[in-house]
Design a protein around this ligand. Structure first.
Ligand code: SDX
Length: 437
């Protein structure tokens, strides 16, 4: 895995007027997407910061992994569309692509899958770690704790300056997340842990660890494994989203990769981010029937009501999330496979989408369904409780997090991330002893 090389090209300068003085700021162009204004020297030359809470107009890094065109609603991983990757590829192939930048040859694919498979087991001592949690602990709380603890077990892949250790850390994270997620699920429902099997492919292995029981033979269902694999691809990476930015910021201090992924898991849990799939299904269940949709559309439009349509809207996509289209198609396939006809939640979701997309409020604000809108219905039909939905998102996103982490570590420009602020607190004032207050 060679260190990434900067592909940014200077494409001119912009001038900034600052109390009469003009400074030249370099404009840089990537291979696609908006140009950036390089403000790295702004404070040194003007004594001023930029101000961009939520980073709506800020590029935090240079990356060659994923490209999103929010206006067009397109998503590319190393130049390949999400539609083609889900149609023709596999999650393991996408993992290789995200990590190494190229689709693998047949021999590379076999070697990569073998190497990942060889890391799927957990240190046996970690099994005791789960027993410290209450049975009703949210599986995401367990994921945060157990993944953060991995650095206590895998010391030989925590030296971030060693390229081989970085690679092993990437492989361990991709390989062990399904095992940890399945164990969190089994612990939550009070069933015995199921060990991974080396003769099963990634999605099959995961579904078996989740749903097999020692009391009977496991019967694999290829249609569900295929759907699971596609869901993993859809969630694999998404540019500099909140949790990926969290992983990058944690990694910029030199923290070990396991701790960085644990930080990403914590951030993903939020309902505005990866927690939206669980919240979207709860919302559909609360709406309950098609005739109650207008009431909830009104709530979503009411400025005084904090309610938002979960699974709708996106910071970047101002068009239909391309992943949502693939997710919706997969949802229908899974419901047919498991024999669910006229799922009431799906009926509510389809009608809610139709009504919202015809409503001026959502059109003006460019609010469309995102990946979380249909994923919950699919995962519920596959047998997962809503508390596991964000865990599945975390399993899939681990490859994106760890690929972005490695790119950041190998970026010659990377420095510890340390934003500044606009201070609006008290000016200096004298201390008053407590008996005089
Ligand atoms: C993910 O970044 C990524 O790439 C994330 C992700 C990934 O793969 O990593 O794609 C995964 O997190 C998808 C998003 C999942 N979250 C949800 O579905 C939660 C519901 N969505 C919203 O909370 C919201 O749309 C966000 C958080 C997704 C985006 O918020 P922004 O970009 O900060 O937009 P905003 O909050 O400023 O909203 C703009 C306007 C506001 O109205 P005004 O103040 O301008 O009048 O649109 C309104 C909002 O009130 N709005 C919504 C809405 N989302 C935005 N109104 C009703 N329902 C919604 N869902």
């Amino acid at each position: 895995m060679s260190p990434s090389k900067s592909r940014a090209k200077p494409s001119g300068t912009d001038q900034l007027a600052d109390s009469g003085a003009m400074i030249d700021l370099q404009v840089m162009s990537g291979t696609m997407g908006p140009d950036v204004i390089d403000v790295r020297k702004l404070y040194a030359e003007t004594g001023k910061f930029t101000y961009d809470p939520g980073f709506t107009s800020t590029a935090s890094c240079e990356s060659s992994i994923t490209f999103i065109d929010g206006e067009e609603g397109t998503l590319l991983h190393r130049g390949y569309t999400i539609e083609e990757l889900t149609e023709h590829g596999s999650f393991m192939e996408t993992c290789h692509l995200l990590l190494f930048g190229e689709l693998p040859s047949k021999s590379e694919m076999l070697e990569f899958e073998h190497d990942i498979t060889m890391h799927t087991m957990l240190h046996e001592q970690l099994y005791n770690f789960f027993k410290g949690f209450r049975r009703d602990a949210h599986p995401m709380a367990i994921m945060c704790g157990v993944v953060g603890a991995l650095s206590a077990f895998y010391h030989d892949s925590t030296d971030i300056t060693d390229e081989h250790q970085r690679k092993i850390a990437c492989y361990r994270m991709i390989a062990k997340m399904p095992t940890i997620a399945a164990m969190a699920f089994k612990y939550h429902i009070g069933q015995p842990f199921i060990y991974p099997r080396n003769d099963l492919r990634y999605a099959d292995n995961f579904l078996r660890m989740c749903f097999a029981v020692p009391a009977e033979n496991w019967v694999n269902r290829p249609a569900l494994s295929h759907a699971m694999d596609k869901i993993f691809i859809l969630h694999a990476d998404h540019e500099q989203n909140a949790s990926t930015s969290t992983v990058r910021l944690a990694g910029s201090s030199g923290a070990n990769p396991f701790a960085c992924i644990a930080a990403g898991i914590a951030c993903l849990w939020g309902p505005a981010h990866g927690g939206a799939n669980e919240a979207a299904l709860s919302m559909l269940a609360e709406i309950g029937s098609v005739d109650r949709i207008p009431e909830y559309i009104a709530k979503a439009k009411d400025k005084d009501d904090p309610f938002r349509l979960m699974g709708f809207g996106h910071r970047v996509y101002k068009n239909y999330d391309p992943r949502a289209r693939v997710m919706q198609a997969s949802c229908h396939e899974v419901l047919e496979e498991v024999g669910v006809k006229n799922d009431p939640l799906l009926q509510v979701a389809i009608e809610l989408e139709r009504i919202a997309l015809e409503d001026d409020y959502f059109a003006e604000k460019k609010l469309f369904p995102n990946i979380d809108f249909y994923s919950g219905i699919t995962l519920k039909a596959m047998g997962f409780p809503t508390s596991m939905f964000t865990v599945l998102f975390a399993v899939a996103r681990t490859v994106g997090w760890i690929a972005q982490w490695r790119e950041m570590i190998e970026d010659p420009h990377q420095k510890i991330g340390r934003p500044r602020q606009l201070y609006t607190g008290e000016p200096p004032r004298a201390y008053v002893p407590i008996d005089k207050r």
